[in-house]
Design a protein around this ligand. Structure first.
Ligand code: GDP
Length: 457
C-alpha cells in the first residue's frame, strides 16, 4: 500500500498538479455538488414531487410546463404533468412510471444538487442500483394516504427494499418526505404514526437517527417543498424545515480525489463526429483532458479527448463528478456498461474471485455452496456463484460464530467466496469504498449485500 502511495505521489509530481491544489483552483469558489437519489414505492409521488420542486425553483420554463399540461390532458392523466418534468421517454409517459434514472438539477443556498430519479417499479431495481450507487444522499418518498403507506411499507412494497439497498450501497444520510399528507388533512397523528414505523425500520437498516430527517409535504400542492408551510392545519403542529432546507443541510461526503483514477461506466453513446462517449461517475482520483487511461477489465489503452460535466465541456473532472468522456484509441464495441476507466499505472484490480462479508436479507431457500446469484457492482451485472461459505459471524460484534457453515439463512452475516463468470474490476472496501460493495440478486429480488474484504487477482 505504502509502495503504491509513493508511486502515486511520484507520478503526480512528475507531470501534474497536486489533486487538492488543482481542485481548489478549479472549484474553490463554486457551490459544493451533491447527488441525491429519489427512492420509494411506485406511485408514492416521487416524480410529481421532484417535478413540482423543480418548477417552484424556476428550473422549468413556462413553455415546457404548458406543453406537458397540454399533453397530459390529451391522454387524460393531467395529474402527471409535474412528473413529466423528470420522465423523458414516451414509453414512460404512456405507462406513467419512471424507468430510467432521470436527471435534473437545482441549487440550494450552499449546494448545487443533481437528482437521480430512481424507478419505483420492482422490474427496474437494476437501474435503481445504478442510481443509488452514484448518490451521496437519498430522498425517500412515502405516500401518507391511509392504506397506501401500509402497502408500500409491508412485504412486497418497495419502501423497505429501496431503503435497505441505498444503505447497503453506502448512502448514510436520508430525508424522508411524508408525502401526500393533503389526503389526511395534514394530520399530525398520521405523520407521527408513519415516522414511528419508519424510524424503527430505518434504524435496523443501519441508518443513524441523527442522519434521518422527516418532512411532511405534498408534491401535488407544493406544500412545504421550497417555502415554509402555508396550510393552517400543518402550521398548527409543524415548525421544522421545508424539504429544500433539509437538502441544503446534508453533508457533502469526502471526495477521494487523491486516489488513483477510477471511473465507472454506466452509459455508452455515439458522440458528435467520429468518436464515442462513455458516461459515468469519477469514483476516485482526477481525470484531465488528454489523459491516457486503461479501459478495464479488458485493459485496452485509450485517450480522453474531451470531458463534459452537465453537458458543458471541461478540462478536468474530479471524484464525485458525473461526466461524459469522449475516448479515442479504443473501439466502441469493446467497451461495455459496468467497465471501469482506470489510471494506466496504478490499475484497478481485475478478478474472477473475491471474498465478501455479506448480510443476507431475503432468501427463499438457504444459501449453500455453489449458490448461483447475479452480482451488481456499480452498473455491472454479472452471473456468479457463492463457491465457499467460510464463516458465520455474529451480527453485531463480527465475531466468528461458526467456521464453514453448511448454509446461510435470512438475517445472517457471513464471509463467503464468490466466483464471477467473467472477470470484473473491484477493490477491497477498505481501500476504495466506492468499488468495494456488491449486491446479490436472484430472480428479481435482492437477497444480500456485501463488502469486498479480499480479492484474488
Ligand atoms: P411515482 O411513481 O412515485 O413517481 O409517483 P407519481 O409522481 O407518478 O404519482 C403517482 C400518483 O399520485 C399520481 O396520480 C399523482 O397525481 C398522485 N400524487 C402525487 N403526489 C401527490 C400529492 O402530494 N398529493 C396527492 N393527493 N396526490 C399526489
Amino acid at each position: 500500500q505504502s509502495n503504491e502511495e509513493s508511486k502515486v505521489v511520484a507520478k503526480q509530481k512528475e507531470n501534474k498538479l497536486d489533486p487538492k491544489v488543482q481542485y481548489n483552483n478549479e472549484r474553490g469558489t463554486e457551490k459544493d455538488h451533491l447527488y441525491i437519489v429519489v427512492i420509494g414505492h411506485v406511485d408514492a409521488g416521487k416524480s410529481t414531487l421532484m417535478g413540482r420542486l423543480l418548477c417552484e425553483m424556476g428550473e422549468v420554463s413556462q413553455r415546457t410546463l404548458h406543453k406537458y399540461e397540454q399533453e397530459s390532458k390529451k391522454i387524460g392523466k393531467q395529474s402527471f404533468m409535474y412528473a413529466w418534468v423528470l420522465d423523458e421517454t414516451g414509453e414512460e409517459r404512456v405507462r406513467g412510471i419512471t424507468m430510467d434514472v432521470g436527471r435534473a438539477q437545482f441549487e440550494t443556498k450552499t449546494k448545487r444538487v443533481t437528482i437521480l430519479d430512481a424507478p419505483g417499479h420492482a422490474d427496474f431495481i437494476p437501474n435503481m442500483i445504478t442510481g443509488a450507487a452514484q448518490a451521496d444522499v437519498a430522498l425517500l418518498v412515502v405516500d401518507a394516504t391511509r392504506g397506501e403507506f401500509e402497502s408500500g411499507f409491508d412485504l412486497g412494497g418497495q419502501t423497505r427494499e429501496h431503503a435497505l439497498l441505498v444503505r447497503s450501497l453506502g448512502v448514510g444520510q436520508l430525508a424522508v418526505a411524508i408525502n401526500k399528507l393533503d389526503t389526511s388533512n395534514w394530520s399530525e397523528e398520521r405523520f407521527n404514526e408513519i415516522t414511528k414505523k419508519l424510524k424503527s425500520f430505518l434504524k435496523q437498516a443501519g441508518f443513524k437517527e441523527a442522519d434521518v430527517t422527516f418532512v411532511p409535504c405534498s408534491g401535488l400542492t407544493g406544500e412545504n417543498l421550497v417555502k415554509p408551510p402555508s396550510e393552517s392545519e400543518l402550521l398548527k403542529w409543524y415548525s421544522g424545515p421545508c424539504l429544500l432546507d433539509v437538502v441544503d443541510k446534508f453533508n457533502i461526503p469526502e471526495r477521494p480525489i487523491s486516489k488513483p483514477l477510477r471511473m465507472s461506466v454506466n452509459n455508452i453513446f455515439k458522440g458528435i463526429g467520429s468518436g464515442f462517449c462513455v458516461a459515468g461517475r469519477i469514483e476516485t482520483g482526477v481525470l484531465n483532458k488528454g489523459d491516457k487511461v486503461l479501459v478495464c477489465p479488458t485493459k485496452e489503452p485509450a485517450e480522453v479527448r474531451s470531458i463534459f460535466i452537465n453537458d458543458l465541456p471541461s478540462n478536468v473532472a474530479f471524484a464525485g463528478d458525473q461526466t461524459s468522456v469522449s475516448l479515442s484509441g479504443v473501439d466502441m464495441q469493446n467497451v461495455s456498461v459496468g467497465f471501469i476507466l482506470s489510471d494506466p499505472v496504478l490499475t484497478v484490480p481485475v478478478v474472477s474471485r473475491f471474498e465478501s462479508r455479506i448480510v443476507v436479507f431475503n432468501v427463499k431457500a438457504p444459501i449453500t455452496k455453489g449458490y448461483p446469484v447475479l452480482i451488481h457492482h456499480q452498473s455491472l451485472v454479472e452471473s456468479a456463484n457463492i463457491i465457499k461459505l467460510k464463516a458465520l459471524l455474529n451480527k453485531s460484534t463480527g465475531e466468528v460464530l461458526k467456521k464453514k457453515p453448511r448454509c446461510l439463512g435470512n438475517n445472517s452475516v457471513a464471509v463467503v467466496d464468490i466466483e464471477v463468470c467473467r472477470p470484473i474490476c473491484v477493490e477491497k472496501y477498505k481501500d476504495v469504498k466506492e468499488l468495494g460493495r456488491v449486491m446479490l440478486r436472484v430472480a428479481g429480488t435482492t437477497i444480500a449485500a456485501g463488502l469486498i474484504t479480499d480479492i484474488y487477482p
